[in-house]
Design a protein around this ligand. Sequence first.
Ligand code: NDP
Length: 434
Amino acid sequence: KARNSHEPEFIQAVEEVFHSIAPVLEQHPEFEKANILERMAEPERTIIFRVPWTNDKGELIVNRGYRIQFNGVRGPYKGGFRFHPSVNLSILKFLGFEQTFKNALTGRPIGGGKGGADFDPKGKSDAEVMRFCQSFMTELFRHIGPDVDVPAGDIGVGAREIGYLFGQYRRLKGAYEAGVLTGKHVIYGGALGRKEATGFGLLYFTKAMFDQNLIELAGKTAIISGSGNVALYTAVKAQEFGVKILAMSDSAGYVYDPAGIDVKAMIDLKEVRHGRIKEYLEDHPSAKYVEGLRKIWGVKCDIAFPCATQNDIDLESAKMLVANGVLAVCEGANMPTTYEAMTYLMDKGVLLTPAKASNAGGVAISAVEMTQNSMRQSMTFEEVDTILKTIMNNIYRDSLNASIKYGYGHDLVAGANIVSFLRIAESMMLQGDY
Ligand code: NDP
């Protein structure tokens, strides 16, 4: 803790996991003897680099780029890039640490990593984004590869950015290594179903939890924070399952539509036209727009899907949700609930799906994309979706079983932490101290 005292998000992520695994350590003294916790909390490698690029006015801008190769014990480092002005080492270390555990939960052979830059793609032209991505990859290409480290997208990095990054990697390597990045456009090697996988997977996990608790999902109301990749496809699948979405947000505010959010129109607005969420009102006059971060949690609903960013639901938001009778909080973003809010919600009997389990669908299908690229084959959307359902149901079952086995009852947060910890710790022990 002392070594990382200036990294609050990282400490928060590590403490949550280490808190859950106390009963495991009692049964496995060999882990403590091998100092496994300290080894797990230290990234294997951190690369920080200069990213100079020229904007459309001809000015030279310098951003800071990062890649954290957190833990490669179970396969090539795997995890997305985040391009957002808030990016710093603490945030990327928390994401890389979480990613290592999430990836172990999928059961696929992938290690954990994360990267990004303090670059804001918002308001930049395509040409500026392209020049930034090319400069970023000019340094990074020497550190990654299909068997070394396989980055993907995250906040601010979608198929457009992955395309520019891939093009530059291919130029520099002089080889077509399709499996070096995932989240590629389907026209040149991306997997059908990857775009939808995190949101769809979140709903498969949520459905498994509702079924287990004998609660009907159809007919429930929900709110979703964010309106990016995860939020949009959470909305699509939730609607398919008969859930009415009342509100969605972006970082400026939220829209509330009593008739239920028109998800097709929302996808057109956010994914195709790249508009702001308040423009939704132009074609939906019955909806209202409320400005402000976190205001969305005051909307009465049965299910809350935080799908924007970390620490989105704080204690105050959790209290509003509980006062309005929320049944479940299902995490789509990474670490969207603060530790105090999470404890409060669970104490009040709210069902909670932990992000590292319930949003693992995206990386699971990224691993499927890697497999397709290695085999030089592609699968249909239905084949990928079937794999996704199986993986999400397995993660739910494994997390629940571990929670019961170690005396936590139906605490999926503890269960998910224990399953992934055991897989990583045992792999590390088998590969020896170094
Ligand atoms: P996008 O960039 O597509 O969308 C992010 C959304 O969240 C936007 O609506 C954005 O609003 C909002 N947002 C971003 N930062 C903030 C902030 N600081 N405060 C409030 N709102 C914010 O990202 P994704 O949908 O890909 O990712 C969302 C979350 O899901 C992240 O936590 C990510 O790590 C996690 N995740 C993503 C996966 C994926 O497959 N994409 C897989 C697993 C986890 P605005 O446009 O106004 O910035």
